[in-house]
Design a protein around this ligand. Sequence first.
Ligand code: ADP
Ligand code: MG
Length: 426
Amino acid sequence: MALFDREDYIIRNRDILDPEYEPEDLDEREREVNEYASYLRPIIKGWNPNNLFIYGDTGIGKTVVTRYVIRELLESVEQYDDIDLNVIELNCTNTSTSYQVAVHLVNEIRKPDSEKEPLTTVSSERDVLSETGYQSKRVFNELYKDLRDLGGTILIILDEIDNIGNDDEVLYELPRARTHHNLDVKLGVIGISNDYQFRKNLSAKVKDTLCEEEFYFEPYESAELQNILRKRTESALFPDTMDSGVIELCSAKAANDSGSARQAIRLLRKSAELAEREAINSNNPDMLITETHVRNAVTEIQKEEVVEGMHDLTIHGKYLLLAITSFAAEGDTPVRTRRIYERYTNLVEQFSSKPLKRRGAHDHISKLNMKSIVRDVDTKGERGNFNKYELDVAVESAIEALEADSTIGELTKLRETAEQNNVIST
Ligand code: ADP
Ligand code: MG
């Protein structure tokens, strides 16, 4: 066999299994699509659009539904000569302040981000702004100048707006720009957030206008994920490449954890990749994706997440993770902070470093907790006031990630211990 051949095994089109792939038709979001459409209907009538706030966990279709509905809207609007609809779409992932959002908005108008087929329909001759160095007022004035020039009906979509945290001035300014700055336009703002807390923490004056209409996306249930996955596999995989139960298992795992379609798709893709690799290695074109591949995929993805999460840990964070993992390997978690700290101290000294004070160590445990690598366990009902922790990922994943890290030294014992205690399979 040649080193590279184009033999067909399992995956027909890997791009379609990309969690960011946008399918042409959406399943399981009919209610949201209709609700969305009803909020946007005033635009078609030539009325001023509503401001709209959308929230719900990550991976549940907020962005794809928005893009789908806006595309439909743009298409419908074409029939009406008296409506001039300008859409500006901004993803706020890389903005942490209102100032940055304003700069990025101006630049999206002047030079739309062409990378991902943005919904943005406008462009302008003016020069883009640099990221820093202007007075905030100047940036907003530039923005109003552009909006005034665009005219007509303007819809501004701010996706992942929760990135601006408490600095929500832009959300106060934009919906009021029409009246405060005398813009002869019809202006609507759609804010999309992955974080419900953000909605709660908005200042009252922002809530009043931005959240004039709002709706919530529910996480997907297992049956809904099954339909989404099944549809995806029709074009992404060759026929009859899945054992029964694979879609169900991927959906159940994602539904139990997050209800995220992104997570379900990622799991399915990883399972398909593991099966394909096995098919190629064993030269077996009849290989199917099985539930075992899905289980292995879960571990592998978790491992990737731990590895990813470990990137910006200091060496102390890593030793604390090692300490907690070694308790897990002994089948002795959840474990109290005091014992974690003792073991961490021993480990650090063994690798000839100086341990942190208790307080510092605890900050690192909190960080692991925030990254969902470990979790704190409710100790209510037990006597005394103390924290207990356990791994929030499979022991196997944590061990593999630790073993793969070259900065912490040899860890042969860890895996042996875990195997002896039957917490991982041999
Ligand atoms: P959110 O914006 O809520 O974080 P997205 O809209 O980006 O989530 O959805 C994540 C991915 O999940 C999308 O790129 C898409 O591939 C898939 N997806 C989500 N909802 C659906 C759906 N109803 N039908 C098909 N695919 C979906
Ligand atoms: Mg999104």
